[in-house]
Design a protein around this ligand. Structure first.
Ligand SMILES: [Zn+2]
Length: 196
């Protein structure tokens, strides 16, 4: 990704009002993890969330979901939420109508879900109008940049620590995210986290 906002600008909230960018009047922070499940990361992540008694939301890719049904089972058993993040991780703005419909079709073993987040948070206007009738759409208000190799661990941690009540935080199922989250839980006073 070439450029992104650590805190999503208000103008997007106004342009795409049917996308939930943050949870108004909430006391909690909403941690979300994109692009899984992943056989190395999901288990460590679930262990860590369990240790700190935190519920979170997993926006899964269909192509990964079909490969690891046992991970989906564990996510649900531990009472987290599951959302859909498309079958393939493709920028929807580059897709034709037909390709888009295919990418948005839930795979067979996917748990019934109503939550949806497009890859890269990118949608064309017609796609937004189409999708908002089908799913509640979720964006995020804080992006610490756990995928960003150009910034340091400390910078990612500082960004994560900017999360406040009502924020939806987007993280990814990446190996380095585990240590980031562990350090955040160790160093933060915040105790209220919730799933979407
Ligand atoms: Zn993604």
């Amino acid at each position: 990704m070439s450029f992104y906002f650590v805190r999503t600008p208000r103008v997007l909230h106004w342009l795409f009002p049917k996308i939930t960018w943050r949870i108004k009047d909430s006391e909690s922070i909403y941690l979300t993890f994109d692009d899984g499940p992943n056989p190395e990361v999901t288990i460590q992540l679930l262990d860590l969330l369990k240790k700190y008694n935190v519920l979170a939301t997993f926006f899964l890719l269909g192509k990964n979901a079909v490969k690891y049904p046992e991970l989906i089972e564990r996510i649900l058993e531990e009472d987290h939420s599951i959302g859909f993040h498309c079958n393939e991780h493709i920028n929807s703005r580059t897709l034709s109508h037909t390709a888009l419909l295919k990418n948005f079709r839930l795979p067979k073993n996917f748990p019934p879900t109503v939550l949806f987040r497009p890859p890269y948070g990118k949608l064309k206007w017609w796609q937004y109008n189409f999708l908002k009738e089908k799913f509640p759409l979720f964006g995020w208000s804080i992006m610490p940049g756990d995928f960003d190799k150009k910034i340091s661990f400390q910078q990612q941690l500082d960004r994560l620590k900017k999360s406040k009540a009502g924020d939806i935080v987007v993280l990814h199922e990446l190996p380095n995210t585990i240590e980031l989250l562990r350090t955040y839980f160790e160093q933060t006073e915040i105790k209220s986290f919730a799933k979407l």
